[in-house]
Design a protein around this ligand. Structure first.
Ligand code: 16G
Ligand code: MG
Length: 549
């Protein structure tokens, strides 16, 4: 049996060096494992084991491991696996990750592992290839060591260490590593340098003939985005001057502290460091700690009020622009564009898209759900309101664009622009940097500033509330998380509250990353949205305390 070749001795002695902390339960959630960094060494060792199995299962294709806790505080860390096309680990394997991470002892771990090999029909004789990277967190170094120990114990030769890198760069790398030579030439060199070059080239082509943009303020969340931007920025500085803020990666405690996309989205205001340098009417954007998420904002020129241009605004901007290019290229009968959102998308954005004739699909929260849904269109635009997202062009679409014979110079230009966008926009996963370059291209082409961009629709006032409950798993949803199916009877009570509010909408879902339940509410007025959120939150908390039913 194949499993008999498992290097049991090597595994056993290596595993003993990475004992699982007692009394901790690990879960591979929406974005992989995520918890305190100093509790994760055994988990990283075991992720190494799983990465090797995954690679062998997929015939030796390269698998990625990213060590990051994204927008969480510096003390946290996490890890996620990346599948060969650069997408998130197939959901059916998440349970194996959880199972391995929770084996209490080395012998239990070996038992789980030995069971998985026949269960997953893994041919042990296949090779395994793994590439990994980490963000700037101090615990990252020890976690890399643990991961390497796991890979080595499984006989994975020469895994590729990308060092400190952004999550999207790692995804780009995985995708590129698995392409055949010819496809790889078109895609770009699978290295960090190759990625930076690819973005800079596409951006430069798309900005040809456009006057240089006014400087863009980029808040790097004191994270790895600062490192990546320092490499890209000099290549495009004469077209887009970038003023990087919050670039302190040497002081760990600064990471995501009073800065970054999550701060802006949650507090609905610029980070203090950005506020200091922001001028009315000028745009700024904030990345998160691993640079896979971006939101824009500006201060209203009239009253100086903060205005957020979130993932929904980016999605509508991108879908509109790309839709126009498809029309100008003469391909609107051939290429179908679709937009994918989650229940958190502001109702006004959904309505705006639908009025503009764009099909919109709603899927559960988490990049993997959006990504898979977007793959079903010729051109799939997906963004979460929080700024995670990208635009996917299917292989067939790229072939159609390459083969297209334009009937006019305008058609030719539009076709070329679409092809350049394929290069500019990360096709594996959302990239804050690639996304803001896309936004900058669109604004330049439309000769828009943030004010014009913002004019498409007005967000409905909304509120997100966190409710601590005794058991978040008691809350089960359906219809892309828009409706509760359990606890029984709660959905009807939520409906009864929602119906009291003009344009009211509210939903309740268990968080995939924290031990809590989230309540979202929107309504026609600020007071209404706040009141609706408060009433639904009280309902949820009463239930949790056993005061209901
Ligand atoms: C993770 C997800 C993000 C989602 C968020 C929801 C990825 C890469 N990240 O950060 O897409 O919006 O979780 O968090 O999938 P929640 O379940 O705690 O509300
Ligand atoms: Mg992130």
């Amino acid at each position: 049996m194949a499993s008999s070749q498992l290097p049991v001795h090597a595994l056993s002695s290596a595993s003993d060096k990475y004992p699982k902390p007692q009394g901790v339960a690990f879960t591979y959630g929406t974005a992989g494992f995520r918890t305190k960094g100093d509790t994760l060494e055994s988990t990283l060792f075991r992720i190494g084991l799983l990465a090797v199995l995954r690679s062998k299962k997929l015939n030796g294709q390269t698998i990625g491991v990213m060590i990051t806790a994204s927008h969480n505080p510096a003390i946290d860390n996490g890890a996620k696996l990346v599948d060969p096309r650069g997408e998130m680990l197939d959901a059916s394997w998440e349970q194996h990750a959880t199972l391995l991470a929770n084996a209490e002892t080395t012998s239990e771990l070996l038992k789980v592992l030995t069971g998985l090999i026949p269960e997953l029909k893994i041919d042990w004789t296949k090779p395994s290839r793994v590439v990994f990277g980490r963000d700037t967190r101090p615990s990252g170094e020890a976690l890399v060591k643990a991961l390497k120990a796991g890979l080595e114990a499984m006989g994975c030769h020469a895994p590729l260490d990308m060092g400190i890198t952004t999550t999207p760069c790692l995804h780009y790398m995985v995708k590129g590593s698995n392409l055949k030579q010819e496809a790889q030439i078109k895609y770009g060199v699978p290295s960090e340098q190759g990625y930076v070059q690819k973005l800079a080239t596409a951006f430069t082509k798309l900005m040809k003939g456009k006057s240089p943009a006014s400087p863009l303020i980029v808040d790097c969340a004191n994270g790895v985005g600062a490192v990546a931007l320092a490499k890209l920025s000099p290549l495009i500085s004469d077209i887009l001057p970038i003023r990087s803020i919050c670039t302190n990666t040497s002081d760990a405690s600064a990471l995501n502290h009073s800065c970054g996309a999550d701060y802006v989205k949650t507090n609905q205001k610029p980070p203090p460091a950005v506020q200091e340098v922001m001028e009315k009417g000028h745009r700024a954007c904030s990345l998160d700690g691993d640079a896979d998420r971006v939101v824009y904002y500006y201060l209203n020129p009239d009253d100086g009020k903060f205005r957020l241009l979130d993932g929904d605004k980016i999605a509508t901007l991108a879908a509109g622009f790309i839709g126009d290019l498809v029309k100008q290229a003469g391909l609107s009968d051939t290429l179908k564009i679709g937009v994918v959102q989650t229940a958190y998308a502001n109702g006004s954005s959904t309505q705006y898209l639908q009025h503009n004739g764009l099909p919109v699909r709603c899927v559960p929260t988490g990049v993997k759900h959006l990504h898979h849904a977007a793959e079903r269109y010729n051109i799939g635009v997906y963004f979460e309101a929080n700024g995670h997202g990208t635009v996917l062009f299917s292989e067939e679409t790229i072939d159609i664009l390459n083969a297209h014979e334009p009937r006019s110079p305008a058609q030719e230009t539009a076709t070329q622009h679409l092809l350049c966008l394929v290069d500019l926009i990360n096709q594996a996963v959302g990239d804050a940097i690639s996304d803001f370059l896309m936004v900058e291209v669109i604004l330049a082409h439309k000769r828009w500033g943030p004010v014009e961009w913002d004019q498409g629709y007005e967000d409905l006032p909304n509120r997100l509330v966190k409710v601590n409950v005794t058991d978040r798993f008691a809350f089960k949803t359906q219809d892309a998380e828009r409706r509760l199916v359990e606890p029984k009877g709660l959905a009807e009570r939520v409906d009864a509250i929602v119906n009291k509010f003009e344009k009211g909408r509210s939903f309740v879902r268990p968080s995939g990353t924290e031990d809590c339940v989230r309540v979202y509410a929107e309504a026609s007025t600020r007071v209404g949205a706040d009141e609706l959120a408060a009433q639904v939150a009280t309902l949820v908390s009463d239930f949790s305390n056993g005061d209901l039913f």
